[in-house]
Design a protein around this ligand. Structure first.
Ligand SMILES: C[S@@+](CC[C@H](N)C(=O)[O-])C[C@H]1O[C@@H](n2cnc3c(N)ncnc32)[C@H](O)[C@@H]1O
Length: 240
């Protein structure tokens, strides 16, 4: 494996402020960096399965703590194993930490995928999943679902027995609206060749979103009328 310091997909781990998806990627990175350390405190050196791994952008966060890091993906060349989340090619209870980041929206059968995530997690282990609330259509190779915090909670509750389950909404209503605007600014700037002007506008939008959310808990916490870009799910399995 390449060294963690030269690992690709740096833009997912440390997105620039001019990235239209800054408020998806920055909170996701911060969360996974903290979860990597937390898992090591609870589990010692752990075995990790990265489901729908793509280029394994978060490998450098986990590499100091993971004795084993295995990626599974239906098509990506960086995966060690070929397979889908709905049909994982690994034995029951064989991994302590199971990642599934920005994948559930691409799964034909997300309920079956959650049952598989639970099946392959060892006693005392945990699933760390993330998926979108609001996002533009982005087939990879398909794009089928969006979630609410309540919908994700229900999906996990109905498809696994968990000792602990938390669903955390990320980036509030203001950041959600400014991110959607930023995406269309990004697209228009690309089409017209005005990328540096677009970058400036996106940076300003990315600053504005949290300023709006900071003004009202009604906007940044899940209430009727709110929007969220992304959700982080931590689902822990009881020890043996
Ligand atoms: C948006 S990328 C996310 C990649 C990586 N997890 C990350 O956080 O950057 C979605 C990945 O899910 C994979 N994928 C699509 N359908 C899948 C399925 N049913 N099961 C597992 N992975 C799937 C795609 O091949 C792609 O690598």
């Amino acid at each position: 494996m390449r060294g963690a310091e030269t690992w690709p997909a740096e833009g997912r781990r440390h997105p620039p402020r001019s990235a239209p998806t800054y408020w998806v990627l920055a909170p996701l990175s911060a969360w996974l960096r903290e979860e990597a350390r937390d898992a090591s405190r609870s589990l010692g050196r752990y075995r990790l399965l990265d489901v729908g791994c793509g280029a394994k952008p978060y490998y450098p966060f986990f590499e100091p703590y993971a004795g084993e890091y295995v990626g599974v993906d239906p098509v990506h060349p960086d995966a060690e194993l070929v397979g889908t989340a709905e049909d994982l090619p690994v034995p029951d209870g064989s991994f302590d930490v199971v990642l599934c980041n920005q994948v559930l929206e691409h799964c034909a059968d997300p309920a079956r995928a959650v049952r598989e995530l639970r099946r392959v997690t060892a006693p005392g282990g945990r699933v760390l999943a993330s998926t979108h609330g609001v996002m533009v259509y982005h087939p990879n190779p398909v794009d089928l679902w969006r979630w609410t915090h309540a919908g994700l909670q229900t999906l996990f509750e109905r498809n696994g027995s968990w000792a602990e389950l938390t669903v955390t909404p990320c980036a509030g209503t203001g950041s959600c609206v400014t991110t959607v605007l930023a995406m269309y600014v990004h697209l228009s700037a690309k089409r017209t060749g005005l990328t540096s002007l677009g970058g400036g506008v996106i940076r300003a939008l990315n600053r504005l979103g949290p300023l709006i959310d900071g003004r009202s808990a009604l906007l940044r916490e899940p209430n009727p009328g709110t929007l969220f870009l992304n959700y982080h799910v931590r689902a822990g399995v009881a020890p043996a």
